[in-house]
Design a protein around this ligand. Structure first.
Ligand code: SF4
Length: 85
């Protein structure tokens, strides 16, 4: 699963991403861009918006699929250790 995120300390509020891709970005209360959707992350508009950011503040990061497949109980206990059994 991919996660769309903006590094707020890098955003200068130029509005480029919002004007290019209104489906994923909008203004926040501080005049910076915020992510409004994590759906449909393969669109041309999103790619263009990411490439247009002058400060490279927009990240499209892959989350680890390993922990998504581990039950909630396992997350709170010791790490999984492989055995030769
Ligand atoms: S293009 Fe980059 S700097 Fe401009 S508003 Fe969007 S995230 Fe901020």
């Amino acid at each position: 699963m991919d996660i769309l995120d903006i590094e707020k300390n890098k955003c200068i509020g130029c509005g480029a991403c919002i004007s290019i891709d209104e489906a994923h970005f909008d203004w926040d209360d501080d005049g910076l861009s915020k992510v409004i959707s994590n759906e449909n992350l393969q669109t041309e508009e999103l790619t263009n918006a990411i490439e247009s950011c002058p400060t490279a503040a927009i990240r499209l990061a892959k989350t680890s699929t390993v922990f998504e497949n581990i039950s909630d109980d396992s997350k709170t206990t010791s790490p999984i250790v492989a055995t030769d059994n």
